[in-house]
Design a protein around this ligand. Structure first.
Ligand code: HEM
Length: 189
């Protein structure tokens, strides 16, 4: 029971990240050209949703004082896995070299590359070992979301909602705004 009480947060995140794999696997097993569009759609959507979600963790902490390192790390892992899956499906359908034929694919590719070191260092051991560098490394997540938004915007798919959420989060993180919010929250408590 104590285990569940301590770990339910990241377990729910992991479940939410894994469940959409079921329809994806069903589509994968069906033959047909039209299915690849569906696979891009599902994997791309989940990649950007998790990326946006993980970037709202710090603003959420500033606003409500609630944070959980394991939940945050699981969200980061979900982001990387869905992005890599999206890219793998692309390579499988179009081939690796096709990545360099369009600006939007190159932007997506660069975002995926950034996610790899973030994914590898998304654990307590790396956090302790890298110390100050770890924090600097995590800031690259903003470059990754920017590149992903460029990728999706050029494709003329849904991007604005993610841009709004990330921009709001970024504004909340501005030291002056952050201090005001935390001071207000602590005064109310
Ligand atoms: C090498 C990296 C990538 C490649 C080659 C790639 C390729 C593609 C392709 C071919 C599509 C479908 C385009 C269409 O339907 O016309 C797509 C859609 C999409 N991609 Fe990527 N992508 C990459 C990385 C990423 C990353 C890192 C993200 C976000 C984290 C992302 C998010 C999306 C989204 C949200 C869509 C639109 C899905 C929809 O609504 O249909 N992609 N991508």
């Amino acid at each position: 029971m104590t285990f569940l009480r301590r770990n339910y947060g990241w377990m729910i995140v992991a479940l939410l990240a894994v469940l959409p794999l079921i329809p994806l696997l069903k589509i994968l097993t069906k033959e047909g050209e039209s299915n690849i569009g569906m696979l891009y759609h599902i994997s791309g959507e989940f990649a950007i949703r998790w990326m946006t979600a993980v970037l709202t963790c710090t603003p959420f902490f500033i606003l409500f004082g609630v944070t959980n390192l394991f939940v945050r790390q699981t969200m980061g892992i979900a982001t990387a896995i869905w992005s890599l899956l999206h890219f793998t499906l692309f390579i499988w359908a179009e081939g690796f070299l096709e990545t360099f034929t369009q600006v939007n694919y190159v932007a997506g590719f660069m975002a995926t590359l950034i996610l790899i070191p973030l994914f590898i260092s998304s654990n307590r051991k790396s956090m302790k070992r890298l110390n100050a560098i770890w924090k600097k490394l995590q800031r690259f997540a903003y470059v990754a979301i920017l590149l992903s938004l460029i990728h999706v915007a050029i494709l003329e798919k849904t991007w604005l909602i993610y841009a709004v959420v990330v921009s709001l989060g970024f504004m909340i993180r501005i030291p002056f705004v952050k201090e005001k919010i935390i001071r207000y929250r602590l005064r109310k408590a």
